[in-house]
Design a protein around this ligand. Structure first.
Ligand SMILES: CC(C)(COP(=O)(O)OP(=O)(O)OC[C@H]1O[C@@H](n2cnc3c(N)ncnc32)[C@H](O)[C@@H]1OP(=O)(O)O)[C@@H](O)C(=O)NCCC(=O)NCCS
Length: 218
């Protein structure tokens, strides 16, 4: 089987972490090949970082959509959920196809459901019966508890703990080392601050900080 050509959208930190995931998959024997990186405005620093690791910069999203024939699949290497969602809408309209990237060291329980474009980084653990939507990002060493539901474009940053039976609505970011206690729900477009502990249900568009987590009520 010839390897699947995959581009990463985004030359910044998370984009290059996605390259690590894809390269580890290839090393472990998955039929995947990194075709290069696409970015609408990469910095000189990040272009240098790509060149140093021998990865081609393929131009802007529009350049890639015009040039790619047949089209490679893509991974969204963009950490911020709202930006990721905007780019995904453009790519969906153009008929581009997402790729699911899972680091070989990540672990999965039974009956986990995954959406297109999921990225799971090294050391992450997804427990039984979890459901992860489209373009969800699970960063290194984050854990997702049993029966939890993460809707589209959720990001879980490094080391965060999502306990069992939690629901996280679309476009929410769970900060590094935050914890969400079991059975709670977190609204859409919310940010759970790094290190915060969520002990109550959180509404949409909140910014949660501290232990126990607090947010402004409007
Ligand atoms: C919660 C967060 C979104 C707040 O961002 P912000 O609104 O720009 O906050 P600011 O940096 O302006 O800080 C405002 C206040 O909140 C406090 N604060 C910021 N983040 C906090 C956090 N995670 N927990 C507790 N307090 C926090 C600051 O100390 C400051 O307090 P002060 O007003 O008493 O001085 C952000 O700090 C955060 O934690 N984001 C997650 C980032 C992450 O996971 N990074 C790792 C990437 S790998």
């Amino acid at each position: 089987m010839s390897p699947e050509q995959v581009v990463v959208i985004g030359a910044s930190g998370f984009g290059r972490e996605c390259l690590d995931v894809l390269e580890a998959m290839a090393e472990a024997g998955s039929p995947v090949d990194v075709a290069g990186v696409v970015d609408d405005g990469p910095s000189e620093l990040n272009l240098g970082r790509l060149a140093a690791r021998g990865v081609a910069y393929l131009g802007t999203v529009d350049d890639w959509l015009v040039a790619s024939e047949p089209m490679a699949r893509y991974v969204l290497g963009i950490g911020r959920p709202q930006v990721r969602r905007r780019v995904a809408v453009r790519l969906d309209e153009a008929g581009a196809r997402p790729f699911t990237a899972v680091h070989p060291s990540a672990t999965f329980g039974s009956r986990v459901a995954t959406g297109e474009g999921l990225v799971v980084c090294a050391g992450a653990a997804i427990s039984t019966n979890a459901r992860l939507g489209r373009h969800v990002h699970i960063n290194p060493n984050a854990t997702i508890g049993h029966d939890s539901v993460l809707r589209d474009f959720v990001s879980v940053n490094p080391g965060a703990v999502v306990s069992g039976e939690v629901i996280i609505r679309g476009g929410t970011l769970v900060g590094a080392s935050a914890t969400i206690l079991q059975g709670l729900s977190v609204g859409e477009g919310t940010i759970v601050g790094a290190g915060s502990v969520v002990t109550r249900d959180v509404p949409d568009a909140a910014v949660v900080k501290g232990v126990p987590g607090q947010w402004d009520r409007t």
